[in-house]
Structures are given as structure tokens and as C-alpha cells.
Write a protein that binds this ligand. Structure first.
Ligand code: SF4
Length: 451
């Protein structure tokens, strides 16, 4: 049952928070800024990381979630397909990749993937999440054929596929327009025309050159990752973003990562915000330069009006969701590291909610956080648990323990126990109405919408 605090409005909860026992008075200016909808600075982020009052950090993030989403907690019904673990790179944190001939190496054919997609569609999946390693010899045409085959086989199912790292790899092998921004955009356009519906958020890790060179040298740097998502947004695709934390990065480097993401989202949403009457705020960026910021989490937050770009109001895509991912050391080249604790996971997710004031959603990816921890995160800033995932291998333990499943009933129960109303969503966060395996997306007034 939600307690008395949770039944209050977000504004009254903000007023009451500094009066609660154990409140760290140094957080009072941050409470004021959240109340007024003012962007938090790097210094604010540092204090949120260093205060012993984790409870207030999580409560603040929960108030922001409440402003945006009220009592809704999202989940989806999806299937992850990792088409191959063969990879040209060898990132040190990765327990997933294999080289040709190595024990455990595999690759699926398009027919095998199609068969998995049909099974998933028969079971009612609304989304296929398709990622793999940087396959050393598959041609670009294989990826186009894969998407068009799936689009024809399961036309109702949304195809969310290929991390930014894979997109840059595809741009290289497509040998069209070079590897620069135009090449990325042209490859994304071809993939979209073949059936790609959106991009997942993987491959971002932590945007910092020191961390990059120490842990995933050879992988694309932050500018290139952001370029891929900028190009995707420009051609109308939405995407997600991740932060894989808890290895060799510092907390300050996590803050830089979050600030770079929100500045990218500012650039994406600025024109839409100006045309939609959403006020802009001047704010210093990660480099101290003052820019116009788009804030979606202030007192006039979207819930329940949800004034975000839609195909009817804007042709731009945008970042929908931040997904903080804790690092699992086991089976990777960094297994001597301890990995983050539960409290650090909770705090990092809450800070992501508070810093990313222009991201509509925060996902507690239960398969990596555990369903128990993800449930607590629903009252610490997260509004989404992700789905009834069947397979998820990347960065998780190797061997026998990668297979995790949760049924719809488990997810709905976890959301209800957190005091929220479970709502099944599609990939674009539209509510889903379902009868068994048959389903359709609706708008937020409950009316059916096209795929
Ligand atoms: S993280 Fe991705 S790019 Fe790096 S080794 Fe693993 S599969 Fe390859």
C-alpha cells in the first residue's frame, strides 16, 4: 500500500521533504531547484553522490517521476535476440564476445532469427530487441535482408535494433559516404527503410576518453556515439541511452556522461520546444558554455498532457529513456573489480532521473538490476521495468546463468506492490490494449493508433 507521503501531490511532498528526520540540510537548495524546475548543476550532482542522505536523493527522484508519470509504472512484452557473439573487438568489461572457433561462439542465420521472431509474435511480443557483436565478415546487405525479412514476417512487431557501435561498424562495411556523419545518416536511412523502428541505447558505456582507453579501446568514442543518435533523431527515429557504470570510472565521470546526454537532447528538442511554447532556460553545459536548455520535469511537467514530439507535431526523434546499467565483473577481463553495490545502483539511478531533466523515461532494467532491486527503483526515479525478456547475454555472467525470464504477472505484481498502476507499453511508450497474444497500441486517451 502506498503510504501517506506517496498520496500527496508532488509539490506538497517537496515542501515536506526538508522537514523529515535525517534530511541533509545541504540538499535544501537542490529541493528548491527541483520545486522550481531549474536545471541541476555538476556541483548539485556531486552533492547528490556524496550526501549520506540517500533516502532524500531517492525521494526527490520519485517526486520528479510522479510529476511526469503520476501513478503509472510501465512494462513491455518483448524478446531479445542476440544474433551472434562473434566480435572484431575485445572490450575488457565484456563477457559476451567470442572469436571465430572459440568455445561458445555462435551466429544465427536469418531463417533462425525469423523463426524466433514468429515464436515471439505468437507469444504476444510487441518488440524485438536485436543486437550482436561487430561481426567480422557479414556484409551490410545481410542486415538489410534481416530487417526486411522480419518486417514481412512479423509486421506488427517493432524492430529496435543495433547499438551505435554496430551502426558505425555497418557504416564502415557499407563503404558509402565514408565513415563520417553523412555516411552514418545514409546507413540509418537505409536501415529505417528496411524496417528499423528505433535504436537501443547500448554501447554508450561512460563518455570519457580516459575510461574509454582503459576499458574499451577500439570502440567508438562519445562524439561518434552521440553522432549516431543525433542522425537517428534527425531522420525521425527515437532511441534510448545507457550508462554502464561501476568499473573504472569516477562518479564525476558519470556526471559528465549524464550532462553530455542532456545537452544532446537539448539540441534535439530545442526547435520543437520553441515551436510548442516550452520555455527555454540558459544554463552552463559540461564545458561551462551557456546554452538554451529544454526542461521537461518542472512544475508544469507533461503528466498528464504529455507534450512531447509526436509525428503530428514534429518530425524529430529524441531520447526516450535513460537506462543505468551496473557493471558485472564476473567472466570479464575486469573480474578483479568489485562492481557497484545495491545502494550505489539506487543512488545512480535516482541521480540520472534528477540530472536528465529532458528525458521522459528512466528504466530500471530488471534483468540486470534484479526484479527486487528494480521494484525499489520504481520509487527512486524509474517509471519503467522493461519487459518479459527471454534472453539477455551481453555483459551478464557467462555460462549457465544467463537465462532469465519474468512473466507478465510477475512484472505487474512488482509494479503494484510499489504503489503504481501497471501499464503495458509499446516501444514508443504508447499504452497497449491486449487480449491474450492479440494487441494494439493506443493513445493516452485509450484510442487505437496505427503501428
Ligand atoms: S561490448 Fe560489444 S563491441 Fe565490445 S567486445 Fe563486447 S560485443 Fe564486442
Amino acid at each position: 500500500m502506498p503510504d501517506a507521503l506517496h498520496r500527496r501531490t508532488p509539490q506538497s511532498r517537496l515542501e515536506r521533504l526538508p522537514l523529515l528526520p535525517g534530511f541533509d540540510p545541504r540538499l535544501a537548495p537542490i529541493v528548491d531547484r527541483v520545486r522550481d524546475g531549474t536545471r541541476l548543476s555538476r556541483e548539485d550532482g556531486r552533492l547528490l553522490f556524496s550526501t549520506p542522505d540517500v533516502h532524500s536523493v531517492c525521494a526527490l527522484a520519485d517526486i520528479v517521476r510522479d510529476r511526469l508519470h503520476g501513478d503509472v509504472g510501465y512494462y513491455n512484452v518483448n524478446r531479445h535476440i542476440n544474433y551472434s557473439n562473434l566480435c572484431a573487438l575485445s572490450c575488457r568489461f565484456c563477457a559476451f564476445h567470442r572469436k571465430r572457433g572459440q568455445d561458445g561462439a555462435y551466429e544465427m542465420t536469418i531463417d533462425e532469427i525469423r523463426a524466433e521472431a514468429l515464436k515471439a509474435a505468437d507469444a504476444g511480443a510487441t518488440e524485438l530487441h536485436i543486437v550482436g557483436g561487430l561481426h567480422p565478415w557479414l556484409p551490410f546487405q545481410w542486415y538489410l535482408d534481416l530487417l526486411s525479412t522480419l518486417r514481412d514476417a512479423v509486421p506488427q512487431v517493432h524492430l529496435k535494433a543495433f547499438t551505435a557501435v554496430e551502426i558505425v561498424h555497418l557504416t564502415r562495411i557499407a563503404k558509402r559516404g565514408g565513415e563520417g556523419y553523412d555516411g552514418i545518416r545514409s546507413v540509418l536511412s537505409d536501415l529505417r527503410d528496411a524496417g528499423l523502428g528505433s535504436l537501443p541505447g547500448g554501447g554508450a558505456e561512460v563518455f570519457d576518453d580516459r575510461v574509454h582507453d582503459e576499458v574499451f579501446k577500439g570502440k567508438i568514442r562519445s562524439e561518434r556515439w552521440l553522432d549516431v543518435h543525433r542522425a537517428a533523431h534527425e531522420i525521425g527515429l527515437r532511441s534510448n541511452a545507457t550508462m554502464l557504470y561501476g568499473h573504472v570510472e569516477t562518479r564525476d565521470e558519470r556526471l559528465t556522461h549524464l550532462m553530455l546526454l542532456r545537452e544532446q537532447q537539448d539540441r534535439t528538442l530545442r526547435a520543437w520546444a520553441t515551436g510548442s511554447g516550452v520555455p527555454l532556460q540558459s544554463h552552463p553545459g559540461h564545458d561551462g558554455e551557456v546554452r538554451d536548455a529544454v526542461i521537461l520535469t518542472g512544475p508544469g511537467a507533461p503528466h498528464p498532457a504529455r507534450p512531447l514530439p509526436t509525428p503530428a507535431t514534429s518530425r524529430t526523434g529524441y531520447f526516450q529513456t535513460i537506462i543505468p546499467l551496473p557493471f558485472f565483473p564476473d567472466g570479464s577481463a575486469l573480474q578483479h573489480l568489485p562492481g557497484p553495490t545495491g545502494l550505489e545502483n539506487l543512488r545512480t539511478l535516482a541521480i540520472a532521473r534528477l540530472m536528465l531533466d529532458n528525458f521522459p523515461h528512466v528504466k530500471a532494467f530488471w534483468i540486470m538490476q534484479s526484479l527486487r532491486m528494480a521494484q525499489v527503483m520504481l520509487r527512486s526515479g524509474a517509471d519503467d521495468l522493461d519487459g518479459t525478456v527471454v534472453w539477455y547475454d551481453i555483459t551478464k555472467l557467462g555460462g549457465q546463468t544467463t537465462h532469465q525470464e519474468a512473466g507478465v504477472a510477475d512484472l505487474r505484481r512488482a509494479i503494484r506492490e510499489a504503489g503504481l498502476q501497471p501499464v503495458e507499453r509499446d516501444t514508443l511508450y504508447r499504452p497497449v490494449r491486449r487480449e491474450g497474444a492479440r494487441w494494439h497500441s493506443t493513445d493516452h486517451a485509450g484510442l487505437a493508433v496505427a503501428r
